[in-house]
Every structure is written in structure tokens, then in C-alpha cells.
Design a protein around this ligand. Sequence first.
Ligand code: PMP
Length: 296
Amino acid sequence: MYHNEHTTVYLNGEWKNVEQAKVAPYGQTIQNGNGVFEGLRAYPTPLGTQVFMVYEHFERLLYSCGVMSIKLNYSVDELVQLTYELLDRNNLKNAYIRPLVYLGENMDLETAGKSNLFLSAWEWQPYLGNRLLRVMGSSFQKPNPKAFFIEAKVSGHYVNSILAKNEARAKGFDDALLNDMNGFVAEGPGENFFYEKDGCLYTAPRGHILPGITRATVMQLAQDLSIPVKETLFKMEDVEGADGAFFTGTAAEVAGLESLNGVKFKKAWEDTFGNTLQQAYKGLVRSAEAHIVDLV
Ligand code: PMP
């Protein structure tokens, strides 16, 4: 699904067939989860294949490295250039791109010295599919932001996401919605969350979430379309039976919800702000306008 015998990947300065990209089992990322990654998407546009918000994603990768004391000897410009070469070498025009910075052998509990850069890409449909999602309020909370750098994309953070998703799937739901440690709604396992009530959208403020690039894009689109958005704390009870709701993320794009804890949202998806923003997002990422800023 993610690769085949022709897949080319980038590993530490070399382009390799994926079969030759081996990871040692003693590494600190595989043993202890201290590695950082990104998820980007490339779209066909009138300017050719363009990676949406490519600079923002690599700036976040460098931020994630920084807080984890991981040294990465690449600039944002170099990472952008390598990403386009990766797409070119794999002849991909509509793709998900997964950069990973992983660490070598070190059983000591401090960041291991040398980092490795691995870049891979593959064709991927919207991660959560195209149908409306049945979501459950998770019994798992997001971690205390004083325990982790919550705004960094660190491999180990995703164990929390996997627990929430496993629980939701085991109970027959499609996905999970997690509270923060104080009992306010935070986000999904790998997506930010918005809900609509009485003509306004609501989303959790920064503090206990990964403030996504898609979240920021959707908030800008909402402003352009005169859709009011409030960043505020709210509870699961406020969301249950509201007018509509959706997740946002690079992999998921804008994904509508059917229900929370079995309680359906009131409006038909087609009549919600979520649907309007989903269409606007699909158009934006494939437009020339979204990428001209990146090109200059
Ligand atoms: N929250 C979490 C926990 C995530 O993993 C992601 C995916 N990176 C998001 C939100 C959405 O972020 P973005 O829109 O930047 O992909």
C-alpha cells in the first residue's frame, strides 16, 4: 500500500530502492519513540504538482526536532527541494509525503547523537475515507502538555492516538474524539475538530492540541466566506446533537461526522458549514493561488 518494488526513498543523502532502506532495531526511535515526522500532501494544480503549505510543514518539522534536541542538518529549502525530487523520482502527482527523522543506537534516556532523514511518498485517498464518520468520545485523554511538547509531531505521542482509535474501533465506531486532561474537548487521534451550532463554528484553542496547518487554513477559508469561528473550550455534551461537525488534517483533509456517541448531528451534511469548507479546501489545494506564495 505504501510502497512497491519500484519505490524510491531518500535516506541520509542517498536515493535508494525501498528494499535497501534498512532500520537497525537498536535505535532510539524504534525502542523509545523519540523521532519526529511530518505528513504533507501534493496535488495536481495549474502550476504542475504542488505540495500544499510545504514551508509550514518543514518549519514544524524543524520545530519538532528542536524541542526534542534532535540535530537535523537540513534547511527548510533543502527539505522542500528533496520533497519535489522524491515526487519526481516516483512519478507521483497526487500524493501523501511522510518525512521521518529517526535516531540511531542509544539505550540512554537522552537524545541520541546522530539523526537520520527518511523521505517517502505514496498515493493515498483521504485518510478517513469519504463517508460521514461515527465518532465516540474517548475514555483516553490527551496527555498533559507539561508532560510533552504537545505542538510537536513526535512519534511516541501517537501511542495515545492509537489507544483512542483502538478503543473506538473495538466499540464499533469509526474514530475517536479526545478530551484534554481538564475534561474539555481537544481533538481527534490525528485531526483537529470543529463543530457547528446556531450559525457559528467552534474549535478548541491552542494548549492541548496540535494546532494543525489544515485547521489554520480552514479558519482562514471560513473568514473569507464570512463563517464565524470561535476558539473556545467546550465539552462533549455541547457537541452531541449540535448542527454539524468535522475533522481537519493533512491526511484526512476535511472529514464530516455523522454522529458523536451515537447522537446524530441535526443538519444534513450538505447544509453544513463543514460541507462548504470541504469544497473550498478541495478547490484551494488544487488552485494556483494557494501555491504562488510558496513559489516566490
Ligand atoms: N492533531 C494531531 C494530533 C495530528 O496528528 C494532526 C496531523 N498532523 C493534526 C491535528 C492535523 O494537523 P495538520 O492539519 O497540520 O495535518
